[in-house]
Design a protein around this ligand. Structure first.
Ligand SMILES: Cc1ncc(COP(=O)(O)O)c(C=O)c1O
Length: 432
């Protein structure tokens, strides 16, 4: 019996998270035994160049010796205390040093929790009930945020999720990404009722779909005009596309400034890189909003393992190591792979579109008139072509995200040897 068959006997679908199941590309998922630098090793000892990076956290590559040493040292001091620690303070200060607009930071264990808490906080701050999200953006799997939620649900071909009550779904207004008119209409249709707009400031869960120039500034203006909060979900982009995430690339993040810039979002959510591969995520934002959280304020939020000492150790070590040279290496690796993909697909006569936001990128297979700017456009991609490409790459020892709705995640550990293996696998995959 294969490990996958055993897994299916005890775990629904054999996986702990649905996108791992190869649902949209077919075949059996690869079970991983260990990973190092840019490489994964499966349970049969086969080596793969990894372009998944644990779906984002592995910015430095896998099992970076200094991160592993920090976690081992923390483990030797105790696995969990259920009490405050110095490491939480150090990590919160490290986050704020990079994103000064995250004046206060609360740690949780997953991006789902961070976004769920940000929504509750926005409702508590405004006394309003409705939330706006964009179709194709994913903010974790809490009930109210599962509508039109991009990659995971799109990969499974589901419109949303069973088990979400109609009453909960009715409190989430879904509008097309990059569509200022639709958002304006939503605010006009629900005067004084919208608590917050939550966005991925550079979405990467419907494939990578950058915001149109000025779109994020528009979000800030319209939310301010209507007394709603703006939430930047940087669980995926935070500390990955640059030292201060997408906000640092596009916004006015300036670690030296005294006052928050006028276009700053009210709240941020972070995850993935900030936990260095351990279960850790965070909500950050303006003091007056963040101080509404219990124990200071009336918005309740809690977690037995929140701010766990192993997770904070991994996060601190990762942020300390992630200096400018790391981001330069990730950017260079990403640019090289994007160029090679474009060349291989063009050479094989395969219609495609490579789209990027910072170092994140996706390949959309199919004919596109212009850039993919929203979820319906992303859904026009040729999933069968992606599946053939994916399996050819996997057979050649390159592990891609098993869905055309995901970004590719490279790392600073992707050296020339690893990049060459990706490049060498491309022509056959393009022909497939
Ligand atoms: C933008 C974004 N927000 C939230 C989440 C949820 O994070 P988690 O899987 O840690 O719950 C994800 C996960 O991929 C994400 O990409």
């Amino acid at each position: 019996m294969s490990l996958y068959q055993r897994a299916c006997g005890v775990i629904p679908g054999g996986v702990s998270s649905p996108v791992r199941a190869f649902g949209s590309v077919g075949g059996e998922p690869v079970f991983i035994e260990r990973a190092r630098g840019p490489y994964l090793y499966d349970t049969d000892g086969r080596e793969y160049v990894d372009a998944v990076g644990s779906w984002g956290p592995a910015l430095l590559g896998h099992a970076h010796p200094e991160v592993v040493a920090a976690v081992q040292a923390a483990a030797a001091r105790g696995l969990s205390f259920g009490a405050p620690t110095r490491a939480e303070v150090d990590l919160a200060e490290a986050v704020r040093a990079r994103v000064p607009e995250a004046e206060k930071v609360r740690f949780v264990s997953t991006g789902t929790e961070a976004c769920m808490t940000a929504i509750r906080l926005a409702r508590g701050a405004t006394g309003r009930d409705l939330i706006v999200k964009f179709a194709g953006c994913y903010h974790g799997h809490s009930d109210g945020l599962l509508a039109a939620a991009g990659s995971g649900v799109a990969t499974q071909g589901l419109p949303g999720s069973a088990g979400v009550t109609a009453a909960t779904a009715a409190q989430t207004i879904v509008v097309p990404f990059n569509d200022t008119a639709a958002l304006t209409e939503a605010f006009e249709a629900h005067p004084g009722r919208i608590a917050a707009v939550i966005t991925e400031p550079a979405p990467a869960n419907m494939g990578v779909v950058p915001p149109r120039p000025g779109f994020n500034a528009f979000l800030r203006r319209i939310t301010s005009e209507h007394g709603a909060l703006l939430i930047y979900d940087e669980v995926l982009t935070g500390f990955r596309v640059g030292p201060s995430g997408w906000w640092g690339l596009e916004g006015s993040a300036d670690p030296g400034r005294a006052e928050p810039p006028a276009d700053a979002p009210d709240l941020f959510t972070f995850g993935k890189v900030v936990g260095g591969g351990m279960p850790l995520a965070a909500i950050g934002g303006r003091t007056e909003v963040m101080d509404l959280l219990a124990p200071l304020g009336p918005v309740y939020q809690a977690g037995t393992l929140s701010g766990n000492p192993l997770a904070t150790a991994a996060g601190i070590a990762t942020l300390q190591l992630a200096d400018a040279s790391i981001y330069q290496r990730v950017d260079a690796a990403s640019a090289a792979v994007q160029e090679a993909i474009g060349a291989a697909l063009s050479e094989a006569g395969v219609p495609h579109l490579v789209q990027a936001a910072g170092s994140l990128f996706t390949v959309f297979f199919g004919e596109f008139d212009g850039p993919v700017e929203n979820y319906p456009a992303a859904q026009r991609q040729d999933g069968a072509a992606f599946a053939r490409f994916f399996h050819s790459m996997l057979d050649a020892g390159v592990a891609l995200p098993p869905s055309g709705y995901e970004a590719w995640f490279l790392s600073a550990a992707h050296d020339d040897a690893a990049l060459n293996r990706i490049v060498e696998a491309l022509p056959a995959a393009a022909r497939a």
